[in-house]
Design a protein around this ligand. Structure first.
Ligand code: 4AD
Length: 466
């Protein structure tokens, strides 16, 4: 007897006629007039459940098998046989079905075998992984994370764990969540009534990181090619379908690389990830294409096959102004591009991914390298059809005097960035990197319309349950 995953049993590599055991959760049960029950069991190892054919001769057939409902957990043992059912390669002719856990109230079990709205499923985020859609999204997300590490491993990068608790505002945008270890009602205060952070656990005012970039830059300037991949936090009150308060970011950093090299790595990286999903999760992508986004597979193929278009920000503004398109937000040199502008550029103007570079210096972060024109910085955003910005990156300012001037311009306290200034004092070199919003990637691959469905437990304004 072999205890196996459903995936393994369905793959056709186990001997037909052999005895196998699978363990999982009931999706559906159908009883035939011939005195048999067909119980679909999923263990999440692949998209499809396996059909367990339970005959009436089982000792617990009347007492238990005929009462199984969606969500019950079972261990089924029997002969693996070729299935007569359409689209099912193999099934199990059960000799034993053990019920491990019942559903105490089948009527109110939230995950019934029918279509549920995504809004409803967000309210039962702890049970939604049992649905077809969230099973598929979870396996695709896992495949993408593993491919992230594999890409960097194959290309000579080192994975650096960067801190979650920090004093530095890596983006200088003031969107940080404060960390406090103290009783909020009794914060220690000095004589002037200000909060005294020196008595806090960290002895300083600390925050959740908005990006691991500044920390990973330090390692880039020693190990040359590095990346960080972890959760990041933004206290921006953006109640949109594209923003989360807690999201995962992949941030490579490359020494001696300019913006061009950075854009090339971003392109190779995205294409590698999409290839991995198409190769490794064909079952889940077929479901996504059938139920969520018809062209889900075709557009990843198209993405892989199209060279990215490079457009200068200044040219992008001219193109948008000449488009004749009515936009809700103004298009003007010096203003940031909004999603509607990004989508017009990538979907309607070019029809493939676009890298927009060299943005006005005052709308981008302090660490981006000032171009010779003194008006723009060596920043790049990668825009993808169907979603807009998916990657943001830049060549970093490696000249100490320019960096200091930029920090002063942004009103940042150099005291908080002494360590970051040190890299520009000791063997400074040109270097570049970017950040890929991991949930935006999952949204794109899975054709989702809301980023809250791309992460197991979404955190957004007003949403922190579970
Ligand atoms: O453009 P951002 O803010 O860049 C950085 O954080 C840099 N430190 C990255 C770097 O150069 N190492 O964010 C990078 C990406 C965006 O392109 C977007 O995909 C994603 O992170 N992102 C968000 N995703 C979900 N929710 C949010 N609130 C996000 N903010 C940014």
């Amino acid at each position: 007897m072999t205890t196996t995953s459903v995936q393994h049993a369905l793959e056709g590599r186990l001997p037909v006629g052999g005895e196998v055991t699978v363990r999982g959760w009931v999706r559906t049960r159908r009883d035939s007039k011939a005195g048999l029950s067909f119980v679909n069991v999923s263990d999440g190892s692949c998209f499809a459940p396996i059909q367990v054919v339970a005959p009436a001769t089982l000792s617990n057939y009347e007492s238990e098998v005929k009462h199984l409902t969606a969500g019950c957990s079972v261990i089924a043992t029997g002969e693996l046989v070729a299935s007569q059912g359409k689209g099912q390669g193999f099934e199990i002719q059960a000799s034993r079905v053990e019920v491990v856990g019942w559903v105490d109230d089948p009527e109110t079990y939230p995950i019934q075998p029918k279509a549920h709205s995504l809004e409803f499923l967000r309210e039962v985020a702890h049970l939604r992984p049992r649905t077809n859609l969230f099973g598929a999204v979870t396996r695709i997300r896992d495949c993408l994370s593993k491919a992230v590490h594999r890409f960097f491993h194959e290309n000579g990068y080192f994975w650096i764990s960067t801190p979650i608790v920090t004093t530095s505002d890596a983006e200088g945008a003031g969107q940080m969540f404060r960390v406090s270890t103290l009783d909020l009602a009794n914060l220690p205060r000095n004589a002037s009534g200000e909060v005294d952070f020196s008595r806090d656990f960290f002895g300083k005012e600390t925050f959740l990181t908005v990006s691991g970039q500044l920390n990973v830059e330090a390692y880039c300037l020693a190990l040359s090619k590095v990346y960080t991949f972890g959760p990041t936090f933004r206290a921006e009150n953006s109640n949109t379908t594209r923003h989360l308060a807690e999201f995962w970011m992949v941030e490579p950093e490359i020494a001696f690389a300019d913006l061009k090299e950075n854009a090339r790595v971003a392109e190779d990286f995205l294409k590698y990830l999409f290839r991995a999903v198409l190769d490794e999760r064909a079952d889940d992508m077929a479901f996504i294409a059938e139920r969520v986004q018809k062209d889900a597979v075709a557009r990843l193929e198209a993405f892989i096959n199209a060279p990215f278009e490079q457009i200068d920000y200044t040219d992008a503004i001219k193109l948008l102004q000449a488009s004749g398109q009515k936009f809700d937000f103004p298009v003007e040199w010096g203003l940031d591009l909004q999603t509607e502008h990004e989508r017009w550029l990538t979907e309607q103007h070019v029809g493939r991914p676009v890298v927009v570079s060299n943005y006005p210096e005052h709308i981008k972060a302090f660490y981006m390298r000032l171009n010779d024109d003194g008006r723009t910085v060596a920043a790049m955003d990668v825009l993808a059809p169907g979603i807009g910005e998916i990657i943001g990156g830049s060549q970093r300012e490696e000249r100490l005097d320019v960096l200091d001037a930029r920090m002063a311009q942004f009103g940042l306290d150099p005291g908080h960035y002494q360590w970051y200034r040190d890299f520009r004092r000791y063997g400074s070199v040109p270097h570049s990197g970017f950040g890929l919003g991991f949930e935006r990637l999952v949204v794109y691959v899975c054709g989702l319309s809301n980023i809250r469905d791309a992460i197991p437990y979404p955190r957004a304004p007003g949403t922190a349950d579970y």
